[in-house]
Design a binder for this molecule. Structure first.
Ligand SMILES: [Fe+2]
Ligand SMILES: [Fe+2]
Length: 375
């Protein structure tokens, strides 16, 4: 390749070189005492923690392969995020549809989406769905922030790449969920006290405890709600949320495979207590949603039992709990739920709520079998 070389004053270049060597010595000395904010290792051209390509492949690459566009999956939304080729594919798929299918898609793609919602649900069902969905929607705002904060806390290039995809997906979840809740045309409730405590507690949690609060607990609640309602009319896009959340719940397990917690971190009574306090608002939150869940035909305690079982399983796999602690915890909460039901429900007989599963549909159940194994 022919390049036209420009003249450089060799003396000036030597002076600049010497000044940089001095400055380098000064900043590296400073770095040794103060450390750097970035967790970046320029010597090896990696983030501290190394490449960890496995993490990148399992989360960043996989998320990009499964990346869905809101314009294609939620044609009623305000998103215009399809590439030219994706738009052409959607058009081509429409050409392959029957007249009736095309009419149905146009109906859903237009402002008529609200009418579909109106026709499909009673006012009480709409209020119930909006209360449950908006609880998750407020959670999506926090998931966005928590994952962005974790991006600076995780080690390795692979770990940061994994969190980068979660940040991107949570941003999409927050905005699509808000438009979906608004389409129901009923007032959207503010956060309940329990959501506030659970989510603020997670965002304020120390270091990788955020993984427990958000990816293990809050995302298991979200995933369970998506698994419950994704087959309802107009809510089909939630199947895509369910797939994304399943990857997010698996992230701590995969991360700690690469960077295991120390025995002290795992067994520290103080750490376990901190995580328990962070998780506790989830129980009154599910009780608070009992009337709305009942409106949708779901028993709040079946729902709570299924969440506790799934999050306990993930906690064991990630190293936050031992098998023994998890089964003691499940037995304890099962006892509490049964005691509560004896007080509030006539003719209640003992039930193992921890065996319940409120997810519906084979695709959803298959995804959950893969992440939770033994669920
Ligand atoms: Fe999300
Ligand atoms: Fe998520």
């Amino acid at each position: 390749m022919e390049l036209h070389r420009l003249p450089v004053n060799p003396r000036a270049a030597r002076v600049n070189d010497a000044v940089e060597r001095l400055a380098s010595f000064a900043v590296r000395t400073l770095d040794r005492f103060r450390g750097r904010a970035a967790g970046y290792d320029d010597e090896h051209y990696e983030f501290v923690g190394g490449a960890r390509d496995e993490l990148r492949k399992k989360h960043y690459d996989k998320s990009l392969r499964l990346l869905w566009k809101a314009e294609a999956r939620a044609p009623w939304s305000s998103f215009k995020d399809c590439t030219h080729e994706e738009r052409a594919l959607v058009d081509m798929a429409e050409r392959g549809m029957s007249e009736a299918e095309r009419a149905e898609r146009r109906r859903i793609a237009s402002a008529e989406f609200r009418r579909l919602i109106d026709e499909s649900y009673t006012p009480a069902q709409k209020r119930a769905l909006v209360k449950v969905l908006s609880a998750i929607g407020h959670g999506e705002a926090y998931a966005w922030l928590v994952s962005a904060t974790l991006l600076t806390e995780v080690k390795s290039t692979g770990g940061k790449a994994a969190l980068t995809m979660q940040v991107l997906e949570e941003a999409k979840h927050f905005v699509v969920m808000r438009e979906l809740a608004q389409a129901f045309g009923v007032p959207i409730p503010r956060q309940s006290a329990w959501e506030y405590l659970l989510l603020e507690g997670t965002l304020r949690a120390k270091g990788l405890d955020k993984f427990f609060g958000m990816n293990v607990l809050v995302e298991t609640i979200a995933l369970s709600i998506f698994g419950m309602v994704a087959e309802y009319p107009g809510l089909e896009v939630l199947q895509m949320f369910h797939l994304d959340e399943s990857r997010h719940t698996a992230l701590p397990v995969n991360y700690f495979l690469e960077f295991p917690m120390s025995d002290r971190e795992k067994s520290s009574a103080l750490g376990r207590m901190r995580r328990l306090v962070m998780a506790l608002p989830a129980i009154p939150l599910v009780l608070y949603l009992e009337p709305e869940l009942a409106e949708l035909g779901i028993d709040a305690f079946d729902f709570a039992g299924s969440i506790l079982r799934k999050s306990a399983r993930l906690s064991v796999r990630a190293g936050f709990l031992t098998e023994e602690q998890a089964s003691k915890q499940n037995a304890f909460f099962n006892g509490v739920f049964n005691a509560y039901c004896r007080l509030t429900r006539p003719n209640h007989t003992f039930k193992n709520f921890m065996e319940a599963d409120t997810s519906r549909g084979e695709a959803v159940k298959q995804t959950e079998r893969e992440i939770f194994a033994q669920v």
